[in-house]
Design a protein around this ligand. Structure first.
Ligand SMILES: Nc1ncnc2c1ncn2[C@@H]1O[C@H](COP(=O)(O)OP(=O)(O)OP(=O)(O)O)[C@@H](O)[C@H]1O
Ligand SMILES: [Mg+2]
Length: 377
């Protein structure tokens, strides 16, 4: 049982690569924390610093209340599962599970107990005498997990453990790992570049981009209150729509307008917009599932869109739309709407589903103060 904590951690590789920039993050005891972000953003590097496989350039890493910067990997009480699970091909599943414990000179009956326990948890009980090549991809992945479980570590580190599995098996194994976490009750730090995996598995998610932690929060926090445009666009599928809008005064009321979009400025945002300066332009963001067909009620953002392509999804339709000439949007509506290609639609987005981003870092003006607080938690 352990917390993992980063305090102002930097990682620089030779040749001026800064892989992790000033990371401060606390992972709670028994938490399932997912580290997510695009390729090269520093996820693996962060995980390897917990494991002790990379030196920390600056700052402190703690496991429990111990600073581990100079502690060798074998003394850290962690177990890591990699993308390439690298089982020993000539050994049975049983021996693959037991091997690390034998090396550590764990007493024989202890090994037997732990192997049985891990086999039970990963449902490998009837496969213990097989060799890895006699197993499916998903079963091999379970052996890799089992090999971590027998170590009974305080912290599990997993680096894209599902990426070698096909789509169906990935969904299954995703649920198995989540169940495993409930049974083991240990801290898990799980790396993926897949936001769906992050959203479905994590108690909390830490989003990274170019070495910088962008936001930490529950899946719901990130979905409802992304702190900047990057997180807003990264989390959610299909991605959030973005349209550039500018503030205009109309009959004494401030309106935000863009190509095919118009919305009244909510009072609570007026001070923030006032401070913007420049040409007053900002980005409005709204998710495909929050666009509705019909005339905008007062206070909502109104859109006038031409339907380009309609994808039938069964109970829903995914609409590829065009607004203001050349801006593309995606909307998801109920299938009984029977929208056709070429239809011109009046649509709207309720104000509480609308996000505004502004400034050089495209910070959210709409995320509540409560959401901002979670970024520093
Ligand atoms: N040993 C190294 N020497 C120099 N640069 C490195 C080294 N390892 C990683 N990097 C660089 O550090 C940055 C972060 O790499 P990292 O492997 O942590 O990314 P990642 O988020 O895990 O990406 P992916 O999703 O592709 O696995 C990248 O720009 C990478 O090129
Ligand atoms: Mg990686």
């Amino acid at each position: 049982m352990a917390t993992v904590r980063f305090d102002n951690v930097w990682k620089r590789y030779a040749g001026d690569v800064v892989a992790v920039k000033d990371l401060t993050l606390e992972i709670q005891d028994q938490e399932f924390l997912v580290l997510v972000g695009p390729s090269g953003c520093g996820k693996t590097t962060t995980l390897r610093m917990i494991a002790g496989l990379e030196d920390v350039s600056e700052g402190q890493v703690r496991i429990g209340d111990r600073v581990v910067n100079d502690l060798p990997p074998k003394d850290r009480d962690i177990a890591m599962v990699f993308q390439s699970y690298a089982l020993y091909p000539h050994m049975s599943v049983r021996d693959n599970l037991a091997f690390g414990l034998k090396l550590r000179k764990v007493p024989k009956q202890d090994i037997e107990r732990r192997v049985q326990e891990a086999a039970r948890m990963t449902e490998l009980g009837n496969l213990l005498d097989r060799k890895p090549k006699q197993l499916s991809g998903g079963q091999r992945q379970r052996v890799a997990l089992g090999r971590a479980i027998v170590r009974e570590p305080a912290v599990f580190l997993m680096d894209e453990p599902l990426s070698n599995l096909d789509a169906k098996l990935r969904v299954q194994t995703r649920a198995e790992i989540a169940r495993l976490h409930q049974r083991l009750k240990t801290t898990i730090v799980y790396v993926t570049h897949d936001q769906v995996e992050a959203m479905t598995m994590g108690d909390r998610i830490a989003v990274m981009d170019r070495g910088l932690l962008q936001q930490v929060g529950t899946p719901q926090d990130l979905y409802e209150r992304p702190v900047n445009r990057f997180v807003a666009g990264f989390i959610g599928s299909p991605s959030m729509n973005f349209v550039t809008v500018t503030a205009n005064r109309d009959n004494g009321q401030v309106k935000l307008t863009g190509p095919g979009v118009e919305l009244p400025l909510p009072d609570r945002l007026a001070p923030a917009v006032q401070e913007l300066g420049g040409d007053g332009s900002m980005t409005a963001g709204f998710r495909p599932e929050h666009i509705e067909i019909g005339d905008a009620p007062s206070g909502a953002a109104s859109l006038r869109a031409t339907t380009d392509v309609v994808e039938f999804l069964g109970n829903q339709e995914l609409l590829h739309l065009r607004i203001g000439g050349d801006q593309d949007l995606v909307a998801i509506v109920e299938a009984d709407r029977r929208v056709r290609s070429g239809d011109v639609l009046d649509m709207f987005v309720p104000m509480d589903k609308l996000h505004l981003f502004a400034g050089e870092e495209e910070k959210s003006l709409t995320a509540t103060t409560a959401a901002t607080a979670t970024t520093t938690a």
